[in-house]
Design a protein around this ligand. Structure first.
Ligand code: BV8
Length: 251
């Protein structure tokens, strides 16, 4: 049973409520995609500094490429879970007043039917050449075999995943829209993120400082739990469908 406050119920029932959601790897956990910092997470074997940055990539392009190739394989074999689907239903209810900002690079929100998605850390399914910046053809990636060289078909340069690495700027327009959505919403959900990586982790505070009611959905405490208005402790695939029961259309 998920205890939803009267304030949250009121906002969910509101005819003019504007909603902004920030998601992290925890939302994909129940689809079978490992998170980064949980005990069985991706970072347990490698530290982020060793893999998710340009210096590490240029020092060992094959190690980094193979790590992303492994993650793509995992993602291709999984499907969205009830948490992803609930967020797509929530967007349909708040049509035009709903923004989904995701740190996830797995594309599962789009596969679940979400539309207004801002991928602030990019998308692992796209790759581009570090020399000529041409994007690789989707099929090229699908036909790559383990150990194949990941080189640009045009200039032979190194291919890299279209994700934001540490020390890299977030895509400017995507980030600006994310901040605008956080600044102008009445209700902000931070779901399945440790809130350890900036500037994305700062969005819940931006929302709160601009008058939004901020709700965290996470089985664990996070670095921002003490700064939000309400914590719903539990897995997003369980909690989100429960929260949706308070939407007028869902009764
Ligand atoms: C940048 C790559 C400008 C893609 C990632 C202050 C301001 C600005 C920057 C910084 C700053 N301080 C430090 C920085 C630098 C750095 C940073 O934040 N470092 C941290 C480690 C301190 N930030 C940057 O470099 C960013 N760029 O700021 O540009 C700039 C430029 C130069 C110099 C300065 C500034 C770029 C950040 C992007 C890094 N790229 N990944 C990839 O390989 O996937 S970060 C990586 O961590 C992921 O992308 C992910 O988005 C991010 C956060 O992780 P989470 O998604 O939260 O996942 P995590 O495993 O941590 O947590 C899972 C959570 O789920 C847990 O809370 C768990 O309890 C919960 N959970 C588990 N199961 C469930 C669940 N929840 C719900 N349901 C469940 N079932």
């Amino acid at each position: 049973m998920v205890n939803v406050s009267e304030r949250l119920k009121e906002l969910l029932a509101g005819r003019s409520t504007r909603v902004c959601v920030l998601t992290g790897a925890g939302v994909s956990a129940e689809s079978g995609v490992p998170t980064f910092r949980d005990k069985d997470g991706l970072w347990q074997k490698f530290r982020p500094e060793e893999l998710a940055n340009m210096k590490a990539f240029l020092a060992n392009p094959k190690l980094v490429w193979d790590w992303y190739e492994h993650r793509r394989k995992v993602i291709r074999d999984v499907k969205p879970n009830a948490g992803h689907e609930a967020l797509a239903r929530m967007e349909a209810h708040f049509t035009g007043r709903f923004t989904l900002v995701t740190q996830n690079v797995d594309g599962l929100h789009a596969r679940a039917g979400s539309k207004n998605i801002l991928e602030v850390h990019g998308n692992i399914m796209r790759s581009f050449c570090v020399s000529c910046e041409k994007f690789a053809d989707e099929n090229f990636l699908l036909n790559l075999r383990e150990g194949d060289k990941a080189e640009c078909g045009d200039c032979g340069g190194l291919l890299r995943p279209d994700v934001v690495w540490f020390g890299e700027m977030l895509p400017a327009k995507v980030w600006q829209k994310s901040v605008e959505a956080a600044e102008s919403c009445d209700l902000f959900f931070t779901i399945g993120t440790s809130a350890a990586v900036y500037p994305a982790a700062g969005l819940p505070m931006v929302a709160g400082e601009n008058g939004a009611y901020v709700v965290e959905i996470n089985p664990q405490e996070t670095e921002i739990s003490s700064h939000v208005d309400e914590c719903l402790r539990g897995p997003s695939a369980v909690v989100l469908p429960e929260v949706l029961k308070h939407l007028p259309m869902e009764n």
